[in-house]
Ligand binder design. Structure first.
Ligand code: SF4
Length: 777
């Protein structure tokens, strides 16, 4: 889809504003003192500050404690949005009344395309089924000057890597795997639509300065071990919460040995440990990737400013730069890993996996192997998988498990087709799906007869494996691995097969053993263009272009502003639900079939919290109306919330740790707000979700003493103490809740919060958008 030669104007738009960034970096150094050594993440981030002095000096002991303390106000260079989240982001942007976006912005139609029988059948069917939404997105893109990548053009992160990511760039993306672009040296952060709107209207975007976790890579990968195994191992070490509040920055001699796309895979899955983002310094492999994707001029610009004398190393860390924590990984001894099921941090080295299957009584066979997606569909990934398929085909073998291949973009698909890689997969019995998310986001219509609730296993090279994510079946165990391991294991169909050591029987009777995979980093002569119909529309605004929303649509609805915060404390807040255990954004706002209502807040709100486990009864999505006389009638959570909304009663939720982990899905904040949610209290929050809540006017509070989780439950009635004053004081002050217990008695519980002055303003106004609309006009 990328033209061979980009127009001058496109190159300008796709090259980070290096001279401006260098000037800013010099100011940063002047303020912090030239002896202060900076990491590459700090340089990239701080050179995008809106007001450098204010950000670096306030709350930071004169610039000595920036990380973890300063509130950074940033001006990103670019925004990217996927089709599911873009709907709400655009609806929010539209209510600001601007004629065009302030920074280059792109929309990628990828999440709403089903994977079932193959691209040729699935893509047209998905386009027909989602026509209304795609028409809306395209019409809004044309009006506001947003580049629109149509369905089939590719998955957002792969398309961004091929077209927009660049060393030193800062971008926001309305998807949690936006950090994928860190593989090309960008600071790329996953956010909700309301945050993206900040950048689109040229308002500074706020971020608590992350701490920096350095991962030192030593030696070099070889044999079966792939870049994916670096992050799979790291996920095991850090857990899904270990990266919270950090940017992960890779350094050390091993960095120069990894392909650009391999680094993107590693950065992509930094989202799985909760990191703000991940980044690599500019390397030779990035330069080669830029050239191969027809951006030699971007590479030349990046090379030009790499000169240490000219720019004080904008694109690499200063020698002696300090990290808040350091983890060292020796690539030469790293084993392939398999992570899962149900959580990406359950990491098992391949050599121990056979035993883990037995001990945990995981299924011994698996029904499907899925490779590709935004995480692992690079030329290198696919040619390494192809090498294995060719070996097996030569031995007369076919995959025992269903084998699916998802190219990440039209560019990679066309390149793989030209080299006959896809033909190799198809001939072996593989199904090539559309260049889209498909099974990775629950858009997978399985045809292998596995029924809902039936325990079964699949292997994928995807990044995420929460319950029900792929096929809507909470009993499907998705084991994550590199594409090489998934491919080889698909030939056995057995979870206990170790391709490094085990053999497979062949028709000839000679046992077959795979040789380690080998592939090609980049195609000779660069990537193919692919189908020109899948190229993006130009990002030129046309204010006369109408935005298409049918007033009778059940898929799209214009947003109504939320009511402002009352002038005083919240009184009579009912506890709707007390959640037990993990509560991801999937739990709060499920994907799969619900994706189609992403642009219709009232309709999608019918899925609010339907995956949440009731802490008192152990039931999922069963809430009790303790305010109804007599036996509390039970209902689904969204039904009770809707009932209380109808009665004008606002409510709150009580939760455990890392509430809202998983994705940037702002619907997980919008829906509770729409239904009357005002406060969420938890033992801790996932960063993106906590910000999303504040932007939509919901107050996230963290128990000062985690044990107090036991002191509050469904049916209690709560009044805030100090909350209003804290908000009026720009986030300063203590907050408690007075809890009138359902069974009688009263408790006072103390809470912490991370509400900044700007965020206090959002909450008081009712939402960030309310405040912005007021400011703009
Ligand atoms: Fe799409 Fe899956 Fe990548 Fe998300 S993680 S962008 S759903 S392929």
């Amino acid at each position: 889809a990328t033209p061979k030669t980009l127009a001058q104007s496109d190159i300008a738009l796709r090259t980070p504003p290096y001279q401006h960034l260098i000037k800013n970096l010099k100011s940063v150094r002047r303020i912090l003192g030239t002896r202060r050594q900076l990491t590459v993440a700090e340089k990239t981030l701080y050179s995008h500050l809106h007001n450098i002095e204010e950000s670096l000096l306030s709350n930071t002991q004169n610039g000595n404690q920036i990380r973890g303390n300063a509130t950074l106000k940033l001006k990103p260079d670019r925004v990217a949005m996927q089709d599911a989240s873009a709907q709400m982001a655009l609806l929010q942007f539209m209510s600001c009344g601007l004629l065009s976006t302030a920074v280059p912005t792109s929309i990628h139609c990828d999440h709403m395309i089903v994977g079932e029988r193959g691209a040729d059948v699935d893509l047209p069917a998905s386009i027909t089924g989602n026509k209304e939404v795609f028409d809306f997105l395209e019409s809004a893109a044309k009006k506001y000057g947003i580049e629109f990548w149509p369905p089939g053009a590719g998955i957002i992160h792969q398309t961004v890597l091929e077209n927009y990511a660049a060393p030193g760039l800062m971008m926001l993306g309305t998807d949690s795997h936006t950090p994928n672009a860190g593989g090309l040296g960008a600071i790329a952060i996953g956010v909700g639509g309301a945050d993206a709107v900040d950048a689109m209207v040229d308002a500074p975007w706020e971020l608590k300065a992350p701490r920096i976790l350095g991962v030192r890579l030593e030696q070099q990968l070889s044999g079966w071990t792939a870049p994916k195994d670096v992050i799979m191992k790291l996920a095991g070490l850090l857990t899904v919460r270990g990266g919270t509040g950090f940017i992960i920055e890779y350094f050390g001699p091993g960095v120069e040995t990894i392909s650009c796309t391999g680094m993107a895979t590693i950065c992509n899955m930094g989202a799985e440990v909760g990191a703000t983002t991940s980044i690599f310094p500019y390397t030779k492999s990035m330069r080669e990737y830029l050239k191969s994707t027809h951006r030699s001029r971007v590479a030349r610009h990046a090379d030009g400013i790499r000169d240490p004398n000219a720019v004080s190393h904008l694109l690499s860390a200063d020698p002696g730069a300090e990290y808040d924590e350091v983890i060292t990984i020796d690539l030469s001894t790293l084993e392939p890993h398999i992570n899962g099921p149900f959580t990406p941090d359950l990491s098992t080295p391949l050599s121990q996996f056979k035993d883990a299957v037995k001990v945990n009584e995981w299924p011994k066979s698996f029904g499907a192997g899925l490779i590709g997606s935004c995480t692992n569909s690079s030329y290198q990934d696919m040619t390494r998988a192809e090498h294995l398929v060719k070996q097996a085909s030569a031995a007369g073998l076919k995959p025992k498990a269903d084998f699916f291949i998802t190219p990440g973009s039209e560019q990679i698909r066309a390149t793989l087709a030209a080299g006959e890689t896809l033909e190799t997969f198809s001939s072996a019995g593989g199904t090539v799906l559309a260049n889209a998310c498909g099974p990775c986001i629950g858009q997978w219509k399985r045809t292998d007869g596995v029924s809902k609730g039936e325990a079964n296993a699949i292997f994928s090279s995807y990044n995420r494996n929460f319950k029900g994510r792929n096929d809507g079946n909470p009993s499907t165990m998705n084991f994550l691995a590199s594409p090489e391991i998934v491919t080889a294991m698909s030939y056995a169909g057995s979870t206990t097969f170790n391709p490094l050591t085990d053999t497979l029987p062949t028709p000839s009777g000679t046992p077959f053993q795979f040789s380690p995979p080998s592939g090609i980093d980049l195609p000779k002569g660069g990537f193919a263009q692919g189908n020109p119909e899948l190229a993006p529309t130009p990002g030129v605004p046309d204010s006369s272009h109408p935005v298409i929303i049918s007033p009778t649509s059940d898929r799209l609805a214009v947003l109504e502003p939320f009511a402002p915060f009352p002038t005083g404390e919240l009184q009579g807040l009912r506890v709707l639900y007390k959640v037990k255990g993990q509560c991801t954004t999937d739990t709060i706002s499920a994907a799969g079939p619900w994706l189609k209502y992403k642009g219709h807040l009232p309709n999608i709100s019918a899925n609010t919290l339907i995956g949440a486990v009731n802490a008192e009864t152990g039931e999922t999505n069963v809430a009790y109306d303790h305010f109804d006389s007599g036996e509390p009638p039970k209902s689904a959570i969204p039904q009770l919330a809707e009932k209380w909304k109808g009665q004008g009663k606002e409510w709150m939720v009580v939760a455990e740790s890392n509430y809202g982990e998983g994705s940037a899905r702002e619907h997980a904040a919008l829906q509770p707000r729409y239904l009357g949610g005002r406060v969420i209290v938890a033992k801790s929050f996932a960063r993106i979700h906590e910000t999303n809540l504040k932007k939509q006017g919901i107050v996230p509070l963290v128990f000062e003493n985690e044990g107090d989780y036991e002191e509050i439950g469904a049916g209690d009635v709560v009044s805030t103490v100090g909350l209003y004053d804290m908000l009026k004081n720009g986030g300063k002050g203590d907050v408690s809740l007075r809890v009138d217990k359902r069974g009688g008695g009263e408790k006072i519980i103390k809470f912490k919060h991370t509400i900044s002055p700007d965020q206090a303003g959002f909450i008081l106004a009712g939402s960030a958008l309310n405040l912005m609309a007021k400011k703009l006009g």
